[in-house]
Design a protein around this ligand. Structure first.
Ligand code: HAM
Length: 435
């Protein structure tokens, strides 16, 4: 016999008993409302894909975390660690026939074999919102606005969260001006991504040893983060033709976000480059303002991915927002909704004779959209009342033999403690039950 311990939940995976699921459902509903408000339509794709879809497209970090295996047909497959490659694949097959731009969203469950830590599990749900077929800052701002609105919808305002934004084209231009060759850009991004988390000396060392930059170039790169504000960057590199257009585009992105009412949520931050390989332009991450948690969301422009998976070359921009960090944040800030359970009515039958009538009334009320529970264990009247309280019943319908003989039931409001009599014919009218 197996030891019961063998059936423990796998590390990094979650159960969702109803009180936990309630918060997840609350997020999904808010995400769906907001995406729909911006004209996005929901899609889905399989949770298992060909392994190749992720190798190279997603980047080393994610590929090292794949739940991949060989299936019984000898195919190399993987559980999806992110949605963007699937989106690119799906659109690759059908975008040619679709009007542009394409506004799609999804809420997939994703799997990454991560080292477990706060805010990082081995499965999570991620709201993905992507706008495909539009190249400019308007599309980028629209997508970031959806993300911020999704957070505002669950109670997180500018006082709680901020988006840190940058642009890989801008950073590439600046790094080029500092003497970083194009071939060294990707590894250089990987180091810049860690500027906040590692000491200056370590960053310098990595730029020289891992990226292979000459010491004076590496010094220049590190000094960039001494004055990373937009104005300082503009004063220093604004005249460089490889930088100027991207600065202008970023300014326009910020000003559109301002028009949309999200100006105070957004800060320029040159250290944001993102870990995924496919980003080609604007990149952003959303954090809690206190800086206690990992990123709630991340995204950016990826103009070559669709073509890379064999589709039409289309510019695209999108983000992913995870449920794990967001749930922690809402719990911590007291913004998680009340997960209490309740029903409209509990029917108490006094004596087994009333049971068929209780069922007919339940069917009738349910037919009118009410939630109704009655005893299914043949319990005493006292226990039925305590069951009514456990179910959070708003009202208890009491079927006593004397009242029923008079053609009425007593309805007790659990909230007010008041009682009133109601005609049985009213409880049974509009009935979705046979006569
Ligand atoms: P990502 O930055 O890898 O981007 O993930 C986006 C968000 O998903 C993160 O900010 C975090 O909240 C959540 N997340 C990621 N991994 C985990 C994990 N192991 N446990 C809990 N939460 C996690 C992407 O995946 C891109 N594909 C997003 C995107 C869509 N870019 C363009 N379109």
């Amino acid at each position: 016999m197996s030891n019961p311990k063998d059936f423990a939940r796998l590390p990094g995976f979650r159960d969702f008993p109803p009180e936990e699921l309630a918060l997840r459902t609350h997020l999904f509903e808010a995400w769906r409302r907001v995406a729909t408000r911006y004209g996005f339509r929901e899609y889905d794709a399989p949770p298992l894909e060909a392994l190749d879809l992720y190798v190279e497209k997603s980047g080393e970090e994610i590929v090292g975390q794949l739940y991949s295996f060989t299936d019984k047909g000898g195919r190399e497959v993987s559980l999806r660690p992110e949605m963007t490659p699937s989106l690119a694949r799906v659109l690759g097959e059908r975008s040619r026939a679709m009007p542009k731009p394409i506004r799609w969203f999804a809420i997939p469950q994703l799997f990454r074999y991560e080292r477990q830590q706060r805010g990082r599990l081995r499965e999570h749900f991620q709201w993905n919102v992507d706008l495909v077929g539009a190249a400019g800052p308007e599309a980028e701002a629209e997508v970031l606005a959806v993300a911020l609105d999704g957070l505002r919808e669950v109670g997180l305002g500018a006082e709680h969260i901020r988006a840190r934004v940058s642009d890989r084209r801008l950073l590439a231009g600046i790094l080029g001006a500092l003497g970083v060759p194009e071939s060294h850009l990707l590894p250089c991004y990987g180091v810049v991504d860690k500027v906040e988390r590692e000491p200056r000396e370590r960053i310098l060392e990595r730029l020289v040893d891992e990226v292979g930059l000459p010491e004076e170039v590496a010094e220049g790169v590190v000094s960039l983060f001494d004055a990373p504000e937009l104005d300082a960057v503009e004063a220093r590199f604004g005249d460089d033709p490889a930088v100027a257009p991207h600065l202008a585009s970023l300014r326009s992105f910020l000003s559109i976000l301002d028009d949309l009412g999200f100006g105070e949520y957004v800060d320029f931050d040159l250290t944001i480059v993102r870990g995924l390989a496919y980003y080609t332009g604007v990149v952003f991450e959303i954090f809690d303002r206190a800086g206690e948690f990992r990123a709630v969301a991340g995204g950016g422009r990826y103009d070559r991915l669709l073509e890379l998976v064999g589709g039409e070359p289309l510019p695209a921009v999108g983000f992913g927002m995870g449920d794990v960090v967001l749930s922690d944040l809402l719990n911590e800030r007291g913004l998680a909704p009340d997960t209490g359970h309740s029903v409209d009515h509990f029917i108490v039958a006094i004596g087994a004779n009333q049971a068929p009538l209780a069922r007919r009334i339940a069917a009738s009320l349910r037919g009118r959209g009410r939630s109704v529970v009655y005893d299914v264990r043949g319990q005493s009247v006292r226990k039925q009342f305590s069951a009514a309280a456990n179910e959070g019943a708003r009202e208890v319908v009491v079927l006593g033999p004397d009242e029923v003989a008079r053609g009425v039931a007593v309805i007790r409001s659990m909230e007010l403690g008041t009682e009133r009599e109601v005609e049985l014919s009213d409880l049974l009218s509009d009935a979705a039950v046979g006569a």
